[in-house]
Write a protein that binds this ligand. Structure first.
Ligand code: PLP
Length: 411
């Protein structure tokens, strides 16, 4: 596809966009271009009704009978099975529960136990910090264990060669720069060194096709409130390759991971399969948001999502480069996720000035402006208009106003 050079050409692309009709599935903010769906996805139009039914009918009327009658007990599995095709997994391999951090705790601990004699968890220094904090917490529980942080992936082979690496944890797409890693190639390298591979899919699930099965990934975690639009703080998901189900033991052994939770036996006995990763039951009302949005995802072709995502980011990056901005996100499509990061020493006030103009991106310290492109509801004209707004904010110098320099608790 040639990159559009006028707003009219963008409008023509929107008119021909196979994903275009899905935009009406979402409640978008009036008079705004929302480029932060990689942080908190938008509200699907159908979600309030699904939540209302869950509250008023399943809870209000069904009460305790809804555990069986409304299928509540099965939801971590049934919702996981519906996420599975989005990440290249089969039914019974994905479970919805807990937060990404808690799921990582369970998986990293289980992985270290699967590699007795090896004591290193390897991560990347620039990864989303909660992943590193959890790795630190986990290694603190094992005698002699440590987490080692790579300054760059160029150091990966050297670390693997030491023979002490039990598990490697990497983000598929970097939350700041938008760099996409080669899942198949890296997983293979890690396996050759005898280590296990855990991928964090927070910035790739729903943004591009993923094939955990073909890449022979061991474990993965992901987020449902970013590209998947399940709603603020909706539970995460985890994947465990079926070849590990028999041997793996996760540490948070709560009643819902028991083989017979309602036998109320004093001894813990894990259920078979992915269900052993459950601890307690995830927040039921938050699952309603996931139920609703997955109805939309079932209509989506991820190849179309990827093609549009690359076209949108290419368009926006090209316009930003023309403004003389430093584009941090790789130009090569195979190395790019679905967001664009721009480096600017005054990135924070520039982003605030953009927000006042109705272009909602965000800022990641120390100097990155970040714009997420979510092809289900972001149009080509949105990308064009956002770049125009950025041009005007920079040309006018309006970002220098004092009000754009005040920081809230969340950036
Ligand atoms: C968003 C995100 C998380 C979120 O963690 P929670 O524990 O669910 O709050 C974790 N890791 C990465 C890489 C993320 O982008």
């Amino acid at each position: 596809m040639t990159v559009p050079t006028t707003r009219e050409q963008c409008a023509a692309l929107d008119a021909a966009d196979p994903l275009g009709p899905l935009r009406k599935e979402f409640t978008l903010p009036a008079d705004a271009v929302y480029l932060d769906g990689n942080s908190l996805g938008v509200l699907p139009v159908r979600t309030p009704e699904v939540v209302r039914r869950t509250v008023e009918e399943e809870w209000g009327q069904g009460l305790i009978t809804s555990w069986n009658a409304a299928g509540w007990t099965e939801l971590p599995h049934t919702l996981g099975d519906r996420i599975a095709p989005l990440v290249g997994a089969a039914a019974g391999e994905v479970l919805v529960c807990d937060s990404v951090s808690v799921n990582l705790f369970k998986i990293l601990t289980a992985a270290l136990r699967m590699r007795p004699g090896r004591r290193t968890v390897l991560g990347e220094r620039d990864t989303f910090p909660t992943d590193l904090y959890i790795a630190e917490g986990v290694t603190g529980l094992f005698d002699g264990a440590r987490s080692v942080l790579l300054g760059s992936l160029d150091e990966l082979d050297e670390q693997l060669a030491g023979g002490d690496v039990a598990v490697v944890l990497l983000s598929h797409v970097d939350y700041r720069t938008g760099v996409l890693l080669d899942m198949a190639e890296i997983t293979e390298r890690v396996h050759r060194a005898g280590a296990l591979m855990v991928w964090d899919l927070c910035h790739s699930a729903g943004a591009l096709p993923i094939d955990l099965t073909a890449c022979q990934v061991d474990f993965a975690v992901g987020c449902t409130y970013k590209y998947l639009n399940a709603g603020p703080c909706a539970p995460g998901f985890l994947y465990a390759a079926p070849r590990h189900h028999a041997a793996v033991r996760q540490p948070l052994t709560g009643w819902f991971g028991h083989a017979e939770p309602f036998s109320f036996k004093p001894e813990y006995r894990p259920t078979e399969g992915i269900g052993q990763f459950l601890t307690s039951f995830p927040p039921l009302l938050a699952l309603a948001g996931l139920r609703a949005t997955l109805e939309i995802w079932e209509q989506v072709d991820l190849a179309q999502v990827r093609a549009k995502s690359l076209a949108l980011t290419e368009l926006f990056m090209g316009r930003c480069a023309q403004l003389g901005l430093e584009v941090v996100t790789p130009a090569e499509p195979e190395r790019r996720g679905s967001q664009v990061a721009l480096r600017h020493p005054d990135g924070f006030p520039v982003v605030q000035a953009l927000i006042e103009r109705g272009v909602i991106g965000d800022f990641r310290a120390p100097d990155l402006m970040r714009f997420g492109f979510t092809p289900l509801y972001t149009s080509y004209t949105d990308a064009w208009d956002a770049a125009e707004a950025l041009r005007e904010v920079l040309a006018s110098g309006e970002w220098q106003a004092e009000r754009f320099h005040r920081r809230g608790a969340v950036t």
